[in-house]
Every structure is written in C-alpha cells, then in structure tokens.
Design a protein around this ligand. Structure first.
Ligand SMILES: C[S@@+](CC[C@H](N)C(=O)[O-])C[C@H]1O[C@@H](n2cnc3c(N)ncnc32)[C@H](O)[C@@H]1O
Length: 312
C-alpha cells in the first residue's frame, strides 16, 4: 500500500471544527489520511469522499472501513461534487475540505508518468479512464499551445525554447517517455540553470500535469459551486501546493469575506452596510510547522486557507 503523508492534517481538522453528527466532504480522498481522521471524529455523522483515481479509492476503502461504516466514496471529479451529492439526496453539508495535487503513491509509481526522476510512458492522468495523456499534449499541441501551457502553469522562463525544441524533435520522431522529455529539457536549459536547486524539468512537468488533468478548471468550478451546498455555519478548508492554485482560492475566499467598498463606508449607517456572507478563519494562509517540514519536504509549498459561512 502506498504511503502518503497528509500535509497539515492537525491544522485542517482543527479548522473544520467537526461535529460528531455532521455531514462532511473530503474532495480529495487520496490515501485516506484526511478522510480517516474526519471519520474517527464523526461517529454519528457521515463522510462523503471523492477521488478520480481508481487505485486511490481501492486502497483507501479498506482504511476507512477499519475506522467506521458511515462513509461513502464517490469515483468522480470534484468539479461536479455538488451535483453528484444532490443526485444521491445530500442537500446540505457541514464542512468541505480539499488537499490538492498529486499523492505520493501517484508520484512514486513510475508507470503513472508523473515523475521526472523515472523513465516511463508520458501519461500523468489522475483518472486512468480519461482520454488525454501528456504524450498526446506533447506530440499534438501546436508550438503556441505548448508555450502557453508552460508559461501559464509552469512559469518556466525557458517555456518558448522548450516548446520550440519539442516541435522540432517530434518532426523526427514522437516523444513518448518522461526520460526523453527530461533529456530534451536538459539540452535546452543552459548549464547555469541546470545547476540551480530543484530539478530542471520540475516546472514543465507541473505544467503538463495541470493541463492533462484540467486542474485549474476543476478548482474554479468547485470554488464556484460549494456555496450552494454548505450549511450556514459550515466551513471549507483548502490546501494548495502552488501559487496559481493558491491565488484562485485566495481570491475566491476574499470575494466571499470582504464586501468591496464597505471599508470606506459611504453614507450608510453601520447596520445598513452590506455584510459579507463568509468569515475568514485564516487571515493569512497557514503554513507547515518546523517539525512537519523536517518530516516531509512536500509540506514546504503548502498553504492552508479556510472560511466559514455566516449564520443567516
Ligand atoms: C494530495 S492527494 C490527497 C491526500 C489525502 N488528503 C490523504 O491524506 O491521503 C490528492 C488526491 O486528489 C485527487 N484529485 C485531484 N484532482 C481531483 C479532482 N478534480 N477530483 C477528484 N479527485 C482529485 C488525486 O487523485 C489524489 O488522489
């Protein structure tokens, strides 16, 4: 069974302020660390856990079953979580959490194609049933499309040169493996870049993974829909691992907790000022403690934000 260190688990659980009989949603089941921690604290409630990775679901089902029976696992994209829950009769929930990105087992299994450290087919699909792989993107996107993906989702300063090198290389033969792509990136980046900390292919691999799995789109859809199922008093806590995701969560949470213009207060009495529908539970994002950082390097880029829906 693959091991996954659940990042900022204590902080996430504490922000959710779990009620024994509450209804909770874990949008990213993964290896079940967060889900089992929730389940053990809600003996009279129910937990709904989502993942689009069949392997993650198979492994976590047993782990959750050893904690309790009051859970339901849904093999679905969290972008549709509200409609999937409503379809099975869930109208309101007390809390929602998400721990975005890839789990350690996904990354460690070379054949999934997420890792730049192993040679494997260029795959990177979180959902093994979805059709678009990294290989298709690398071999079929135009130069402009590749450049845009690398710039937008990888913020790699060599995006243009790498996109160009890919287009040239595939005229000779298709690029089929992670190893071939890593070699190409290393050839494009000058020696001084390759000496820098971090793997030279990290940003391009991140960009491809985001594009293959439509991660930004999924997050945007989820952020636009959770309000319609969260009870007054309910909370949502989201853990992100890169700046684009964090910006999206930060902007959405800000739009729900701050009423623009209300600070200046026009000619309105205090009770007439429009009130924001949510309360910020984290003014600044929570980051991992020194202790956690020493135990798990993946916690380094993690940011945790949470808000609470106000009672009517
Ligand atoms: C970082 S792991 C979660 C780890 C989990 N908190 C734990 O303690 O084991 C992220 C998981 O989210 C899943 N995932 C990513 N995007 C998703 C989406 N749009 N819908 C459903 N699951 C998704 C991935 O397949 C992966 O298993």
């Amino acid at each position: 069974m693959g091991f996954h260190y659940s990042v900022m688990l204590t902080e996430t659980i504490s922000l959710l302020d779990l009620k024994e009989n509450g209804i909770y949603v874990d949008l990213t089941l993964g290896r079940g660390g967060t889900s089992s921690a929730i389940l053990s604290r809600i003996p009279c409630g129910h937990l709904y856990s989502f993942d689009l990775d069949e392997e993650a679901i198979m492994e976590s089902r047993e782990r959750l079953a050893s904690v309790g029976t009051n859970f339901t696992i849904l093999h679905a994209n969290f972008r549709d979580f509200v409609s999937r829950l409503k379809e099975i009769g869930v109208k309101e929930v007390d809390g929602i959490t998400a721990d975005l990105g890839v789990s350690s087992p996904q990354f460690d299994e070379a054949e999934r194609g997420f890792s730049y450290r192993e040679d494997a087919p260029l795959d990177m699909r979180m959902n093994q049933e979805s059709s678009v792989t990294a290989e298709q993107i690398v071999n079929q996107y135009s130069y402009e499309q590749l450049r845009d993906v690398f710039e937008k989702y990888g913020e790699d300063p060599y995006s243009k040169a790498i996109a160009l090198a890919i287009v040239k290389e595939r005229e000779k033969k298709p690029i089929l493996t992670t190893g071939e792509l890593v070699d190409l990136i290393k050839r494009v980046k000058p020696a001084k870049e390759r000496m820098k900390k971090g793997h030279p292919a990290k940003q391009i691999f991140q960009a491809l993974r985001i594009e293959v799995n439509q991660e930004m789109d999924n997050l945007a859809q989820m952020l636009d829909s959770f309000d319609s199922i969260l009870k007054p008093g309910g909370r949502i806590a989201i853990l992100t691992f890169q700046s684009l995701e964090d910006r999206m969560v930060k902007d959405k949470f800000r739009s729900l907790t701050v009423v623009e213009g209300s600070r200046e207060g026009p000619d309105l009495l205090p009770e007439e000022l429009p009130e924001a529908p949510y309360l910020a539970l984290t003014r600044k994002p929570i980051v991992a403690s020194e202790k956690e950082l020493s135990e798990n390097h993946r916690s380094k880029s993690a940011k945790l934000r949470a808000i609470q829906k106000k009672q009517k």
